[in-house]
Design a protein around this ligand. Structure first.
Ligand code: FMN
Length: 186
């Protein structure tokens, strides 16, 4: 079966938004990628899944590197521009700079990184695998920094959200959980 884009089934997932920066035949570019996932601690690996037609695919295939910048709650405009227009037709970085967003040079790879993101990770391409209608690029983290003052923007149901902490089960509930689990011990 299919799990199509913007379908109520697909929209039940909630993700952060990776702002993927790259440099290559398309020039300096940025795209929004909800399918950005941390998949290994040691080595630190991050996967991004991109549709075949994305300009970012051309850049990564040639440069073998990319930046992962997690979009912060005050950067939804950045996400909408990076995710709504292709670097094939638009200089998104130029437009974003004019809108007041700032970028800085990565220290270990040849690409721009997003200032004010909640997390910035410079990645070297580790592996490329095609799954269905998307190409998964796995990047190895070679330099990373986080911004303690920023929260990651959340994407769910085609809308932007911010996180809210919920109370974890209390002592009494934990004791009850354990008591029941003990009866199901293998
Ligand atoms: C919030 C958001 C999340 C997105 N997530 C993805 C994604 O995970 N994978 C993907 O291929 N495209 C995703 N897109 C669409 C791309 O960002 C969009 O097609 C963009 O124009 C590609 O840029 P490029 O052609 O310059 O690489 C997303 C768009 C938005 C707005």
């Amino acid at each position: 079966m299919k799990l199509p884009w913007n379908d109520p089934l697909s929209n039940k997932f909630a993700t952060t938004i990776g702002l993927i920066t790259s440099t290559g035949p398309v020039g300096q570019n940025i795209m929004a990628c909800e399918w950005t996932h941390h998949i290994s601690y040691d080595p630190g690996l991050i996967s991004i899944s991109l549709g075949f037609s994305k300009a970012t695919v051309k850049n990564i295939r040639e440069s073998k590197e990319f930046g992962v910048n997690l979009c912060a709650t005050d950067q939804s405009i950045l996400s909408s521009i990076a995710g709504g227009y292709s670097g094939i037709n638009y200089d998104k970085i130029g437009a974003l700079k004019e809108l007041g967003f700032q970028f800085y040079d990565a220290s270990k790879i040849n690409t721009l990184m997003v200032k004010g993101a909640s997390l910035n990770v410079e990645c070297k391409l580790f592996q490329e695998v095609t799954f269905g209608d998307h190409i998964m690029f796995v990047g190895e983290a070679i330099n990373a920094a986080y911004n303690p003052e920023k929260q990651s923007l959340i994407y769910h149901d085609g809308k932007y959200w911010s996180l809210q902490t919920l109370v974890k089960p209390g002592q009494e509930e934990r004791e009850l959980m354990l008591k029941i689990l003990e009866r199901y011990k293998k």
